[in-house]
Design a protein around this ligand. Structure first.
Ligand SMILES: Cc1cc2nc3c(=O)[nH]c(=O)nc-3n(C[C@H](O)[C@H](O)[C@H](O)COP(=O)(O)O)c2cc1C
Length: 436
């Protein structure tokens, strides 16, 4: 293992917390979910801790359905800020931390995405990243002139072409295309302009992008989506892959598979970086960490818990919450649901235990313990081919960021696993990626 290999860390900030009952915590300010200052202050703390990036998952709808009845009105996930707008404002208040926002390839046009992220890259002086998702809900489809989401193969075929077009647009101009020669009157050198003229199955895009080459050359591409089609897009294009692996064996298989696929696309060794999500409940003692966890678990409303499962598994409200999952339990075919089903079966969980488990990490992995306990686990993943770093999904913010800075980052540094200062001014540079 390379002694100088450093762990990558992102902070996932959506909804100010990944615990489903975060908003009911006595210290949580529900109005802060749409207040810029809250996000700005957390982003500054992330930068002070030298994290690689802050990260915003996103969806283009209120995705919950009112199943079981009353669920929607108990859900904090129905009011948020649009992440690119938010990151543009945060860009002005930070100088080093990477700024990654999610945008859907199903409910956008490539030109929009190319332009917005190029702009964010300029505004932030080279810190922009696009998390590519294909979207999974019918509620999103219904905000974009459709009844149901596109079928999976179609979604991914569109996504593959979409990413190609965006990258093509980002390459519209050579870095030195804009000569700004006041004496001759030449603003740019026409030899250094490349018109895309893309004509494909889904898109017809002439280009060029009305923005010059960005500080990173191209913004960073992050990919989230674990199916074979998603992995191929990641292997070809992504710099970072955000996953939700639940156990280390599965994570290693995923990691090896993705690096193999990337090699077959001729990618530079080590790319893309694999960053599983993980939710941390950390305290000065095990008891303190457990108390933080228990306090949030006690706040879970059963209707909201069942709603969390509904998205992936359908309506389970007719069943006894304290019995194991019914045999006809199904998932809607997306990878997150499949992981849940496997975990429930493996650990023989009751419905209540399953939703409590999901609520604690919002479908992802969670850890409870002291800094030493947690860093032992993260280090094990990092050093045994399961991860290049982690996208930390705190249960509640800003407390989760404070815990990261107080407990986890110092312990990682003590073990030589995490930087004490940024190496570069761009996200690409800090992630140690090749220039574009
Ligand atoms: C770790 C992870 C994070 C994701 N984040 C988002 C997101 O922020 N917004 C979104 O619309 N979809 C998100 N997705 C969903 C994927 O884009 C995709 O639509 C879904 O996972 C189904 O495809 P899959 O079977 O390839 O995973 C995420 C998926 C994973 C695995």
């Amino acid at each position: 293992m390379n002694a100088s290999r450093q762990m990558r860390l992102g902070l996932s900030m959506r909804y100010l917390g990944y615990h489903i009952a975060a908003w009911r915590h006595p210290d949580f300010q529900p109005t802060s979910i749409v207040e810029f200052e809250t996000y700005r202050d957390i982003a500054r703390k992330a930068e002070a801790a030298k994290l690689d990036m802050i990260f915003f998952a996103d969806g283009v709808a209120v995705r919950g359905s009112d199943n079981p009845a009353g669920a929607l009105s108990r859900d904090m996930k129905n009011a948020e800020l649009e992440p690119l707008t938010l990151l543009s404002a945060i860009a002005a208040c930070t100088s080093r931390v990477g700024l990654v926002a999610t945008a859907s390839t199903t409910y956008n046009e490539p030109f929009h995405v190319a332009r917005k992220y190029a702009s964010l890259d300029h505004i932030s002086k080279g810190r922009a990243g696009w998390n590519v998702v294909t979207s999974w809900s019918d509620q999103e489809a219904q905000n974009f002139n459709r009844v149901a989401n596109l079928e999976k193969d179609e979604r991914y075929a569109r996504a593959a072409e979409f990413v190609q077009v965006v990258k093509g647009l980002w390459s519209s101009w050579d870095a030195d295309a804009f000569t700004h020669d006041k004496a001759t009157g030449q603003f740019y050198d026409p030899e250094k302009l490349h018109i895309l003229n893309h004509k494909g199955k889904f898109f017809s895009v002439r280009g060029p992008l009305n923005s010059c080459r960005t500080p990173q050359g191209e913004p960073i591409i992050v990919q989230a989506g674990a199916s074979s089609q998603g992995r191929d897009i990641a292997a070809e294009h992504a710099h970072v892959v955000y996953t939700n692996s639940l156990d280390v064996g599965e994570a290693r298989t995923f990691y090896a598979d993705l690096k193999d696929r990337a090699a077959s696309f001729g990618r530079r060794s080590g790319e893309p970086l694999i960053m599983p999500g993980v939710t941390l409940y950390v305290g000065a003692t095990k008891a303190e960490a457990q108390a933080k966890f228990d306090e949030l678990q006690r706040l879970i409303d059963p209707v909201a818990g069942l709603a969390l499962l509904y998205t992936f598994c359908g309506d389970l409200s007719a069943y006894d919450l304290d019995k194991p999952l019914p045999p006809d339990f199904f998932t809607n075919g997306i990878s997150i649901g499949g992981n849940l089903l496997a975990k429930a079966r493996r650990e023989n969980l009751t419905i209540r235990q399953l939703y409590e488990d999901v609520a604690a990490g919002y479908t992802g992995r969670y850890l409870i313990g002291t800094a030493e306990d947690i860093v032992d686990d993260l280090q094990h993943w990092f050093e045994t081919g399961a991860a290049d770093g982690f996208n930390i999904c705190p249960p509640i913010l800003p407390q989760g960021m404070d815990d990261l800075a107080t407990f986890i980052v110092p312990e990682l540094r003590r073990r030589g696993l995490f930087r004490s200062d940024y190496e570069a001014t761009t996200l690409r540079g800090n992630l140690g990626l090749a220039s574009a």
